[in-house]
Design a protein. Structure first.
Length: 744
């Protein structure tokens, strides 16, 4: 009976681990009949004993068995073997599998029996018949007529034809539906021009004088004859006798003798090559470009501009040929085309255009773009309403792909990829439409909570559960009203921490106060929204709970709502309390809680907006029995006083130190102030710059001579004992103050 054979494509990968069996535990199988139980998968290994054909027959299964994953050589991860499947005698199943092997090879394969009956299958090693496989191909001496063996479904031949000839392989007129393929060796397919004829098929190719293999597939039940012949080859009829051309703005004319014409060229620079006959012909034509004669097109186009065609493609290597095939779909007159080579922005992956968020313009048949992702999240490439655009996204110019998916919309769709902050995306767009200019869109949707602009909303007084599976998580704190105390309580303070911002412009709230590891608070001073940024300090993801509580602010709790003082005796009622003091006159003021038996401290600030060291007022400490006593020079400004203590309440005072203002100066050209009085370790003299000061005791002894060099001169008295002293001040030889008493 006639056996119909199909050349099987390589199986891609094989998966097996069913019912506890796998290729790694394959059973050694011998030649002859073998048994496979019902509903069983079994893996086998066989070492060939001779060079020839290995045949595995599943014909007795009646179609309920198959080879699992193909055949692998030498190991379970070895190379896949090309094999054929032939039709079983008197059956419609292609279950007779065979392939060529050399002696000593290990062959791994699996069989599945999904029948309820036990399967008997057969393993054979036989020598191939002449022409049965490529390795036993029938040698042909020259051109002529030959006959295909009726007992074989495929018959192989080999011949070394004359060089530089058009070789024609044909079974025209036989009435047989047989088909042929031409190979450079037993694996490498040669491109042929396929033609139709009455009662058969014809195949032609350009011979280089090398040996070739011809495989005839017999789809009938009887033998048929075929011929091999030569004709003179016309330049350009085949890829491997393509007409060489150059990159030029000149127009090349195609020889119109035949519908296909091949050209080859070398680029003159890396970049874009454009090929077109738009506006140069009325002839219906198609164009394709290949990087070799045995590979498919790397670019092709039909009817880009009416019935004419245009394409462009990227080249990097200028040392290799590219092959151009023009195909005339109608007519036989000559037509013209152009070829150009350029390197501008967008022509190469290494020289891309910069894509922006929003609208971008595609102005060629293909274009490269670069986009640096500002936020981790989804990057959307919008081609909705646009037809004929193809997109590929890469990580680098080695064409490492970035996986994505299409979301349906009208046109070419919405293409979505996931990317991280700072990632560089290299985008190649191909324009297959009839439009030279296409606007397309790009936008980024940041991951929720990973950025301030995608902050999650919060609710007060309720526990918030947060999974820190990224480094940062953002939350939006609603407008709680002016002057509120916002408390944050949270767990896992050794693994997370937070910062509060007044806006997404990263204005940090500086008055964040820690109570302990898991409790912090700050004061809302305006009606703006606030944002909290959680940071994971641990290496791994962590889940934690936190809560927001809003409290009113009591007087004196913060510098922003201090207790206003306008008397001399006050009481501090909390452990940290703010007061606001505005002097009515300039001078030196004394603040004291002398007699307080707890620990306390005092600070004074001239500004409540920024409580930094530059705004802190310098204080002069003075001694007292327990407590604190300080003095400071004050102008007529607002001062913010902060008392901190470990015990409350306590009383404290503020008063201005005494100052002598001498109006009866002997020279009425001077206005003099002397303070503080009574003095302790120093006095200030104001208003007599350039004068000369003398200090006497009550017995008239001169104790101090001092030149007054500034408008406000400090006079050191720490060497004097307590008592009454007298002072004279002279200016330009004139006495302007005489015997003014100074009490220490």
């Amino acid at each position: 009976m006639k056996k119909i054979v199909l050349l099987m494509a390589l199986y891609s990968g094989f998966y097996f681990n069913l019912r506890g069996q796998s290729c790694d535990t394959a059973d050694v199988v011998n030649l002859g009949a073998n048994i496979l139980k019902p509903f069983t998968e079994e893996w086998y290994v066989h070492q060939t004993t001779q060079t020839g054909l290995v045949k595995i027959s599943l014909c007795e299964s009646n179609g309920y068995a198959y080879i699992l994953g193909g055949f692998r050589k030498d190991s379970c991860e070895g190379s896949l073997i090309n094999f054929y499947s032939s039709k079983c005698d008197s059956k419609d199943y292609y279950l007779l599998n065979y392939f060529y092997s050399t002696a000593g090879e290990y062959i791994y394969f699996g069989i599945v029996n999904y029948s309820s009956d036990t399967l008997t299958w057969h393993l054979q090693e036989v020598l191939p018949k002449p022409g049965e496989v490529c390795q036993s191909a029938i040698s042909l001496p020259d051109t002529g007529t030959y006959s295909v063996d009726s007992t074989l479904s495929i018959t192989w031949y080999k011949i070394t034809p004359l060089a530089n000839k058009k070789v024609i392989v044909s079974n025209c007129g036989t009435g047989n539906a047989g088909s042929a393929s031409v190979y450079a060796d037993c694996k490498t397919y040669l491109s042929t021009v396929v033609g139709s004829c009455t009662g058969g098929n014809t195949y032609s190719y350009f011979s280089t004088g090398d040996e070739v293999y011809i495989a005839w597939y017999n789809w009938g039940d009887s033998s048929f004859s075929w011929t091999i012949s030569y004709e003179d080859a016309i330049p350009g009829d085949f890829c491997n006798n393509a007409i060489e051309t150059t990159i030029t703005s000149n127009i090349d004319t195609i020889n119109a003798t035949g519908y296909d014409k091949w050209y080859k060229f070398k680029p003159i620079m890396p970049g874009r090559v454009s090929i077109s006959n738009c506006g140069l012909s009325t002839r219906d034509s198609y164009v394709g470009v290949a990087s070799s004669c045995n590979t498919g097109f790397i670019a092709n186009n039909n009817n880009y501009c009416g019935y004419q065609s245009k394409l462009s493609f990227e080249v990097k290597d200028t040392s290799v040929y590219y092959y151009v095939k023009w195909n005339s779909l109608s007519g036989d007159e000559a037509y013209k085309w152009t070829i150009s080579n350029q390197n501008e922005s967008g022509d190469l992956c290494s020289n891309p255009l910069t894509a922006i968020e929003g609208k971008n313009l595609l102005t060629n048949t293909y274009q490269w773009y670069k986009y640096i992702v500002p936020y981790s999240g989804k990057v959307n490439f919008d081609f909705c309403g646009i037809t004929g655009v193809n997109i590929n996204v890469y990580k680098d110019c080695n064409y490492t792909p970035v996986s994505g998916s299409f979301s349906s919309c009208s046109g070419s769709g919405l293409y979505i990829v996931t990317a991280g902050e700072g990632d560089t995306l290299l985008i190649k767009l191909n324009n297959y439409s009839a439009s030279d200019s296409i606007w397309w869109g790009l936008n980024v949707k940041p991951n929720p909570a990973q950025y301030c602009i995608t902050a999650l909303e919060t609710d007060t007084s309720a526990n918030i559960n947060t999974l820190m599976d990224t480094q940062y998580k953002w939350y939006h704190l609603k407008n709680y009203g002016n002057l509120k105390k916002v408390k944050i309580q949270y767990s896992s303070c050794d693994s997370v921490d937070f910062v509060v911002y007044k806006s997404c412009a990263t204005t940090v709230v500086e008055n964040l106060i820690s109570v302990d590891c898991e409790n912090k608070y700050f004061y809302v001073t305006d009606t703006n929204d606030y944002y909290i940024k959680w940071t994971r300090t641990a290496d791994a993801s962590i889940n934690f709970n936190w809560k927001i509580t809003i409290d009113s602010v009591i007087p004196g709790e913060t510098c922003l709502n201090p207790v206003i003082i306008n008397d001399t005796l006050f009481s501090a009622t909390t452990y940290m309390q703010w007061f606001k003091f505005t002097p009515s006159t300039e001078g030196e003021y004394e603040i004291s809680n002398c007699g307080f038996n707890g620990n306390s401290s005092i600070k004074i600030f001239s500004d409540c907006v920024n409580l930094s060291g530059s705004e802190e007022v310098t204080l002069l400490s003075e001694s007292c029995t327990q407590g604190n006593k300080v003095s400071f020079n004050a102008g007529i400004n607002d001062y913010y006083i902060l008392w901190e203590s470990d015990s409350v309440p306590f009383n404290w005072t503020i008063k201005k130190k005494s100052t002598i203002i001498i109006d009866n100066v002997l020279s009425n050209t001077h206005y003099l102030k002397i303070y503080p009085l009574p003095a302790k370790n120093y006095i200030y003299v104001e208003g007599v710059e350039g004068a000369y000061l003398q200090l006497f005791d009550i017995n008239g002894r001169l104790l101090l001579n001092k030149n007054i060099l500034s408008d406000k001169e400090r006079i050191d008295l720490h060497i004097l004992k307590e008592g009454i002293y007298f002072m004279n001040i002279k200016h330009n030889g004139n006495v302007i103050v005489q015997r003014t008493s100074i009490i220490k």
